[in-house]
Design a binder for this molecule. Structure first.
Ligand SMILES: [Fe+2]
Length: 251
């Protein structure tokens, strides 16, 4: 079976719509989201509504921050979360829809294991909050510990930087593997990238197709109208202008 693995949508509906169209074009019906549906972006409600139809969604640190309180967030991220929370608050007119969204967020799991695959937002060691960056290949103790906690393959997001971490301490970017990779008998961690706020210098959305028949993966980069989303951000005073600017840079 082929699954689409998306992550870090961050309230970017315009990007999500283009990615969902591509997923449909590929004939894929199963979609897993690895967290951070909201935070930063201008369309949190519509993004939650879309993700409710997916087959799985994992809790991300921004989803949790909207539910409870942001911890260790920058002032930009914190203001965005408070604005996002306002959008999700219940009023008399929208009570049923808002309750459904809030309930959905509150029930998201922190991890999910399916056979040899583990799905998390951050890392197997700290599913919500730990970043595994490409430069962590030089921090062998960290990677060894995290690898010891995964069954065979772990799929994650959180850094918004797609690529593959191998058990022999290499990081392979999507371009380095020509966007396709055959998982081996060794353990691997795969960062699936970000739909709504890519940070690897490419402003296009990134997601992964996983084929469990042969353990192959494909990274897909999808264009969307960045100017449309950044303008929506500029029009909301509680969202820092920087959040719109960075979409153009992919950083
Ligand atoms: Fe994120």
């Amino acid at each position: 079976m082929k699954r689409a693995l998306v992550s870090d949508i961050h309230g970017n509906l315009d990007a999500l719509i283009c990615v969902l169209a591509d997923i449909q074009d590929q004939g894929i019906e199963t979609i897993f989201c690895l967290g951070d549906v909201i935070g930063y972006g201008p369309d949190p409600q519509a993004c939650i509504d879309a993700v409710m139809n997916f087959d799985l969604c994992i809790l991300g640190n921004h989803d949790q921050a909207a539910l409870f309180d942001p911890e260790g967030f920058s002032s930009t991220a914190e203001r965005a979360i408070f604005w996002t929370r306002q959008q999700l608050e219940c009023t008399d007119t929208n009570n049923a829809d808002q309750k459904r969204r809030w309930q959905f967020l509150a029930e998201l799991p922190r991890t999910k294991q399916v056979g040899d695959y583990l799905f998390v937002h951050g890392s197997a060691r700290s599913p919500l909050n730990e970043y595994v960056f490409p430069e962590d290949i030089y921090n062998r103790r960290k990677l060894e510990k995290i690898f010891s906690l995964i069954p065979q393959y772990c799929f994650q997001g959180h850094t918004h930087i797609p690529g593959i971490f191998t058990e022999d301490f290499r990081f392979l970017s999507p371009a380095e593997v020509n966007f396709k990779y055959q998982l081996t008998d060794e353990k691997s961690m795969v960062n699936v990238g970000s739909i709504g706020q890519p940070r690897d210098g490419d402003c296009r959305s990134c997601y992964v197709i996983l084929d469990d028949a042969d353990n192959s993966i494909e990274f897909r980069r999808i264009k969307y109208d960045v100017s449309l989303t950044s303008q929506k951000i500029y029009d909301i005073s509680d969202l820092d202008k920087f959040l719109g600017d960075r979409l153009h840079d992919g950083k």
